[in-house]
Design a protein around this ligand. Sequence first.
Ligand SMILES: C[S@@+](CC[C@H](N)C(=O)[O-])C[C@H]1O[C@@H](n2cnc3c(N)ncnc32)[C@H](O)[C@@H]1O
Length: 286
Amino acid sequence: MFANVMVVFEVFREMAKNAAMGIPAVRDARVARQRTALPLDASHLDRYAFPLLDLVTTHVGSVIGKTILEIGPGDNLASGLAFLAAGAKSYSALDRFPGPYASELSRRWYRLVEQTWSLKYPHLKWPAYLDANRFPNYPEVTTFPISAENFNQTARYDVVCSFAVGEHVSDIHAFAALNRRALSESGVGLHVVDFGGHQWDRPEDPYLFLRFPVSVWRAMGSNRGFPNRIRFHEYLDAFAQSGLSVDVVDRRAFKTVGRRPPAWVTRLPEESGSIQEATFVVRRPR
Ligand SMILES: C[S@@+](CC[C@H](N)C(=O)[O-])C[C@H]1O[C@@H](n2cnc3c(N)ncnc32)[C@H](O)[C@@H]1O
């Protein structure tokens, strides 16, 4: 009983937050603040600064001389600094809710990236031109305050990548089409999608989001980039339908098994109920 009351309370609270984010002034004030309240500590860099560089290097190859487009970098551009430090030619980023990329707090993260670089990547010399105190004010860096769904630049990139963003876009067909349009002929897209519980963090239930009626889910998150509830196999379909080849180079399963989807969810492939995180690599057809 108490648990049910708490869920209803939580739902109403989320609806109120979503309604507030529909007001432009509230939205602007909210995104100007750091979203993740992480203590500034080098132990977080493997999660928040280096994962895309590491994944792209592992699954695609060296980024030296490459042009990079990241979708949804989050509060700061530490991942972009890492790409440039590793030799990328340019770094561009688009985000529906762009962070305060040149704030003092962001720059503290950039300084931490620079300070830890030689330990983390002893074989990669930090470029002389790159200064964490000045980043991201470089001609090599471009940012677009726009959602993936509305991004219509004509530039092509060698790498299009994202980490924990695909599950937030409201239209994954537009997300897939962006990859198709923005990738150069030999370009590669790499996207890590997190199908887990996010702020509800109930990792034992892979179907948590699907237990809410669509209308309630939208009322809680439409203005906030809430997880979209789209499942693993639908990403495969969206990439394939946009004419891209797709490989899943890594997948992590939910820890618990045996939970059943809600009765109204039919024809959900088994793997879509068991995969908590997947890394998709997409390419244009040759
Ligand atoms: C969970 S955060 C991940 C941030 C960062 N990539 C990381 O790994 O910490 C999701 C990011 O995607 C952005 N985002 C959400 N929906 C988006 C959309 N439709 N188009 C572009 N960016 C979006 C958010 O503003 C946020 O910066």
